[in-house]
Design a protein around this ligand. Structure first.
Ligand code: NAD
Length: 363
């Protein structure tokens, strides 16, 4: 089997879908691995390391992908690059076909067997392939560092000859993978950390990381452990209490998301107007519209002394470790497709059957 990896084409994307470490494992599994020269430059994996790992270095993306049975990527290639793949080739990566009609059409038209890894069922077995989790961890970590960098304060408490500095108060909105990493990172920097989520079971996880679960006095606990929809009155009460609470917060890190939907709007312009000057909001949800009404994707805007940052693709800013994790996720998934060094689809395996897009190939 031949596996090809071309340089990423999306602007600002520094991560790679295969590192020298995973190339070595793919070669050991019997694959021929073709890598476009310069693939790992942005993530600090030199060509020589890929060559050492047994990969064949080629001069262009077309050479890397043209003969490939399996192509690996971080973000989906341009439609023209998809068209250069062989009919029936497999493409594995973070493809989001439902959000990108032009690429979806290119995948369909070229008979590509696509495995958008964000579609993997989130079962225990899939955890080793879970790119959403591995990349969210880096994003949550970096978001806190951005908040610390933009804030005109220390995070930790200091007792010095020049007096005592009070620790910063950090609020993390959403306690998924990114949010919990944000809680842990802000704690390590010495801040007082609070966090809330609509899933009440997150309170234990937040507290085990040294954060405090922020109780807005409105419980959305419904049947069977799921959150129920809040009534309008409950929602209004929750918003009022949150607005009051934000007056005492120095840095907010927003991470709330609902799969396949625009990010929930949680922090209104009026709440921002009520915050202290010098406060900072880092909105990780900027990519899907933001948790804060004022977030501008890719920008940092000053609203009356409150900075609102909407950084994009934070995982790429930690490209070396983010790539190590992403590439291991990809390798673990590709291992499901290889039998004795050849490509084989086991459609009985739900990880393949539920991830393939648009549908499994005939025959
Ligand atoms: P996500 O990025 O989709 O969402 C982030 C968080 O935002 C979630 O915790 C969600 O409950 C929260 N949220 C949504 N609306 C909100 C609102 N209005 N206010 C406050 N918070 C809101 O989620 P994620 O980080 O990808 O994963 C979420 C959960 O799934 C986590 O508990 C994670 O541990 C779990 N998970 C399980 C597996 C597995 O078992 N294999 C794998 C990955 C994730």
């Amino acid at each position: 089997v031949t596996i090809g990896i071309a340089r990423e084409s999306a602007p600002g994307e520094r991560r790679v879908a295969a590192t020298p470490e995973t190339c070595r494992k793919l070669v050991a599994a019997g694959a021929v691995v073709r890598v476009e020269r310069g693939l790992g430059d942005g993530a600090h994996f030199p060509d020589a390391a890929y060559a050492d790992a047994g990969a064949e270095l080629v001069g262009s993306g077309a050479e890397a992908l043209g003969q490939a049975d399996i192509a690996l990527c971080v973000q989906a290639p341009e439609p023209a690059a998809i068209a250069a793949l062989r009919q029936g080739a497999v493409l594995v990566g973070s493809l989001h076909p439902d959000a990108d009609p032009a690429r979806a059409e290119a995948l369909r038209a070229n008979g590509i067997v696509a495995f958008p890894l964000e579609r993997l069922p989130r079962t225990t077995r899939a955890q080793a392939m879970d790119i959403l989790s591995s990349q969210a961890g880096m994003a949550g970590y970096k978001a806190v560092l951005i908040g610390a960098q933009l804030a005109p304060r220390f995070f930790p408490m200091l007792t010095t000859a020049a007096g005592t500095i009070r620790p910063s108060k950090v609020l993390v909105v959403g306690a998924g993978v990114a949010g919990l990493q944000a809680v842990a990172t802000a704690r390590r920097l010495g801040a007082q950390v609070e966090c809330f989520d609509v899933r009440p079971e997150t309170s234990e996880q937040i507290e085990s990381l040294g954060g405090k679960f922020l109780d807005l006095g409105v419980s959305a606990a419904g049947e069977g452990g799921y959150a129920r929809q809040l009534t309008d009155a409950e929602r209004a009460e929750q918003q009022r209490r949150l607005g009051e609470h934000l007056k005492g917060i120095d840095v907010i890190v927003c991470t709330a998301a609902v799969p396949g939907r625009p990010a929930p709007k949680i922090i209104s312009a009026a709440m921002v107007a009520g915050m202290k000057p010098g406060s900072v909001i880092v909105d990780l949800a900027a990519e899907t519209g933001g948790n804060c009404e004022l977030t501008q994707p890719g920008e940092t805007v000053d609203h009356g002394g409150v900075l609102v940052a909407g950084p994009l693709n934070l995982a790429s800013s930690g490209a070396l470790h983010a790539s190590e994790m992403y590439a291991r996720n990809v390798f673990n998934f590709v291992s499901l497709l290889l039998k004795d060094g050849a490509l084989a689809f086991d459609w009985e395996d739900e990880l393949l059957a539920k991830t393939v897009w648009p549908e499994r190939p005939a025959g």
